[in-house]
Design a protein around this ligand. Structure first.
Ligand code: BG6
Length: 497
């Protein structure tokens, strides 16, 4: 799970084939990840990256465009010696992945550099989700998914994995006919974030927290991930997804399962995944009755972000002007097991909200000495796990205001991880790619996790499809629809963001 130099030299003779090699993900995330791995001496040197795409005419043009994005990703600080090493290992095939010829060419190409099939291969699908099964079909048809020698073949597949339970099942059936589950890496890039991995350490390496990590001491848990951006140029995809499917089904549920899971028998991939999936199986609605009483949706209208006017969702490029798509979702869900019975988990995510921030707030119960319940009640204790942009964790507790008679004020014990000099967390994709190379699946979602997440999300999505939203219902730059505040206020609670 952690980046370790000692693990590295394993499996370092590999070919990394990117379908969608000229796309945004390859430029912004995958190539910078390889650059960083090389820079940290974590990838070995015996590998090649083969981009398949159509936008660049030839290898030279491809390398130039990768270099420009690298400059952008590293704010102009590209180390020329590292880039020189990387570019020698990057090749380009100008081709359309929808055409059979592409796979013939790829096969010839790979046979030329590795005729005995001894090298390992990673096929990375950085393409629109409707092409996932087509590419897997072709890899199968051209016998690229199995090895004639001793090299392994792995498939890395971006999200979204299906758009509902049925489509996810179909996709899974197809890809598992070609690749075995231990060779399938379903990306949820949030799992590559430093603080998500820290959750298990915070929980299980501190005597302080584990005894009170349950419904006797915890009042509620809040998982919040907001961003000021709109849908940018992804209108076509987002129209079919919306906040619920784009963020909650995957990233937010993964965070929830790490916060709520039981201690795994061992800190091993299977044990951790087994415990996470139990949580996804135990999710239930936050309230009896209609979905509207525990799942709030929103869509942004026009407004202002950091002083700049922005357009409404319905006016975005490739968005229907009467769209029913949610750009905001706030849920109250329960984990129906002994540890969590009765503790609400509130989830909130949305676009065009004031800040880019992801955090988890554990609010403890407010059982104070009666003497402190007169007048202003003290604030509850909070444990806040800051995922981004700041990484760290703080504990809020109460103290006497210095100099006052008995005034109580909340104070913080704060650990800011990325404020520490010299500590530079690896980017999520860097860690994820590294783990694919090592064959560690811990930070990837297993099929049953995807399945149970969809089971739950489908209930909400079906209801939202059948009952149109009253949109737009929040201004860009605001904190979201009023109903999301009410979801907590009705129960005497508040969001802590
Ligand atoms: C992606 C979603 O999975 O995550 C995007 O498709 C969202 O809509 C993004 O903006 C957020 O990721 P991060 O790492 O910037 O928080």
């Amino acid at each position: 799970m952690l980046l370790r130099k000692s693990d590295l030299k394993k499996g370092n003779n590999f070919q990394f084939i990117i379908f969608g090699g000229t796309g945004d993900l390859a430029h912004r995330k995958l190539i910078p990840a390889f650059y960083n791995l090389l820079d940290r001496d974590l990838s070995g040197e015996d590998f090649s990256v083969i981009g398949i795409g159509r936008r660049s005419e030839n290898r030279e043009e491809y390398l130039n465009s990768l270099y420009s994005s690298l400059e952008e990703a590293l704010s102009g600080k590209v180390k020329e010696d590292v880039w020189d090493k990387l570019k020698q290992r990057v090749d380009y095939i100008k081709a359309d992945f929808k055409e059979s010829r592409t796979y013939e060419d790829l096969k010839d190409y790979l046979n030329k550099i590795d005729d005995k099939g001894e090298g390992d291969r990673i096929f990375y699908l950085a393409v629109a989700p409707n092409f996932f099964d087509l590419i897997v079909d072709k890899l199968d048809e051209y016998d690229l998914a199995t090895s004639s020698g001793k090299g392994w073949r792995r498939l890395v597949i971006e999200k979204p994995f299906g758009h509902d339970l049925e489509s996810a099942k179909r996709l899974n059936k197809r890809i598992t006919q070609v690749f075995s589950e231990e060779n399938i890496y379903r990306i949820d890039h949030y799992l590559g974030k430093e603080m998500l991995q820290s959750i298990l350490v915070i929980r299980f390496a501190n005597l302080l927290f584990e005894p009170i990590w349950n419904n006797r001491y915890i009042d509620n848990v809040q998982i919040i991930s907001t961003e000021p951006y709109g849908v940018k140029d992804r209108g076509r995809y987002y129209e079919k997804a919306g906040a619920l499917k784009d963020m909650v089904q995957n990233h937010m549920f993964q965070i929830l399962s790490l916060i709520a899971m039981e201690p795994p028998a061992q800190m091993e991939t299977k044990d951790i995944r087994d415990e996470k999936v139990k949580i996804l199986k135990s999710l239930i609605e936050g309230e009896d009755g209609e979905v509207d009483s525990w799942a709030i949706r929103g869509q942004y209208g026009e407004g202002e972000i950091r002083g700049e006017k922005v357009i409404s969702y319905r006016d975005e490029d490739r968005v229907d002007n009467s769209s029913n798509t949610d750009t905001f979702a706030a849920l109250k869900v329960l984990v129906d097991n002994l540890r969590w019975s009765g503790v609400p988990f509130y989830i909130k995510t949305g676009k065009r909200l004031p800040e880019k921030v992801t955090k988890v707030i554990i609010e403890f119960k407010s059982d104070f000495h009666p003497a402190f319940l007169k007048g202003d009640e003290p604030r509850p204790n909070l444990l806040v796990i800051k995922v981004q942009p700041e990484e760290g964790v703080y504990l809020q507790f109460n103290a006497k205001e210095p100099g006052s008679d008995a005034q109580i004020i909340p104070v913080k014990m704060d650990f800011c991880q990325n404020c520490q000099v010299g500590l530079n967390s690896p980017e999520a994709y860097e860690r994820l790619i590294h783990n694919v190379i090592l064959g560690d699946q811990t930070l990837f979602t297993r099929w049953d996790e995807v399945e149970y997440a969809w089971r739950f999300i489908d209930k909400i999505a079906d209801y939202w499809n059948e009952n149109k939203g009253d949109f737009p219902n929040y201004r860009a730059g605001s904190v979201g629809p009023e109903e999301s505040k009410e979801l907590l206020e009705m129960e005497g609670r508040r969001w802590w963001d």
